[in-house]
Design a protein around this ligand. Sequence first.
Ligand SMILES: NC(=O)c1ccc[n+]([C@@H]2O[C@H](COP(=O)([O-])OP(=O)(O)OC[C@H]3O[C@@H](n4cnc5c(N)ncnc54)[C@H](O)[C@@H]3O)[C@@H](O)[C@H]2O)c1
Ligand SMILES: [Zn+2]
Ligand SMILES: [Zn+2]
Length: 363
Amino acid sequence: MPTTVKGIVAMSKGAPVEVTDIVIPDPGPGEVVVDVKSCGVCHTDFHYREGGISDDYPFLLGHESAGVVSEVGEGVDSVEVGDFVVLNWRAICGDCRACRRGEPWYCFDTHNATQKMTLTDGTELEAALGIGSFAEKTLVAAGQCTKVEESDPSVVGLLGCGVMAGIGAAINTGQVTRGKSVAVIGCGGVGNAAIAGAHLAGASPIIAIDFDEKKLAAAKELGATDTIVSKDLDEDGVVSAVQELTGGFGADVVIDAVGRPETWRQAFYARDLAGTVVLVGVPTPEMELSVPLADVFGRGGSLKSSWYGDCLPDRDFPMLVDLYKQGRLPLEKFVTERISIDGVEDAFAKMGRGEVLRSVVEF
Ligand SMILES: NC(=O)c1ccc[n+]([C@@H]2O[C@H](COP(=O)([O-])OP(=O)(O)OC[C@H]3O[C@@H](n4cnc5c(N)ncnc54)[C@H](O)[C@@H]3O)[C@@H](O)[C@H]2O)c1
Ligand SMILES: [Zn+2]
Ligand SMILES: [Zn+2]
């Protein structure tokens, strides 16, 4: 029987999100219903609310979650009822051009549930990142459930998006290894996870840059060796400050976890010759970039974008949960507050004011 539960829906562009009844269909072939235990508030949910991702309203928001499998559809053998899982938005197909050439982290045809969740009047919902887990239950493809060792859902659920995106931006996309110098622009949940990833890999120095001193205090706790408050600095000021901390040269890897033309240019110029820029912050459609082409050539190196930290959920989530359980990855530091489902709109405002790394809805 389809079930009706409470969920957080963005009905139209820019409007406050609403707690409303949503209908979860019975799982079809290859689908799974999950009892959601936690869901982090990610900036990407706010991008959806603002129309920064697409105009396919209404959206069922939420995508950073852990939960327990409650029903499985026909043919599902990768998970069973009762499994503790972290949800992912990269259920690889195994068959597209990226998968076939051995680069499944770029998979161009990732799986989501085939059926749609709906409002009670039958209106189909577009699930954020194919998940939609600001809800007591959600319907996903079986491959979107990654089984991990049972842990605090609010903590390990963050691996489902922002924390994985940040750690992976450093370790997978940026190929940060011990001894490399790293700078991270924007130290929200994603940027601070990049700092934790760089720390885990043995990078030094690790330079954290943000407008907001509170975010930089958190960055220090997660492994930043130096911090730059960029509120009163222009683009050149940020670049010079990074150069000063890296022997006058710039960092080997600079990660832009904001995703604006000016932060990308800061990353580009704050990088040493032949260094790497990683763009993990998500720009909005109207943004355009202007950089002298001669500088792109002359400075060399690699300019990369990081989709979901180039992660493979089945490989990376259990490994990172393990490191967390061993006390080597302080994932709990990303949870600033635990809230209920009606606190999401408020959590967006706190995110805007820089008061939180992550607000996590608990069910
Ligand atoms: N690539 C991916 O796969 C992926 C995954 C998840 C999130 N994201 C994106 O990453 C970005 C960050 O997400 P978040 O959840 O950490 O957001 P957040 O709002 O928690 O953090 C953003 C941080 O950037 C700082 N900031 C803003 N403008 C700045 C500037 N010009 N200079 C320096 N600091 C500045 C803010 O003070 C804040 O601390 C968002 O764009 C989000 O959509 C990308
Ligand atoms: Zn594929
Ligand atoms: Zn996210």
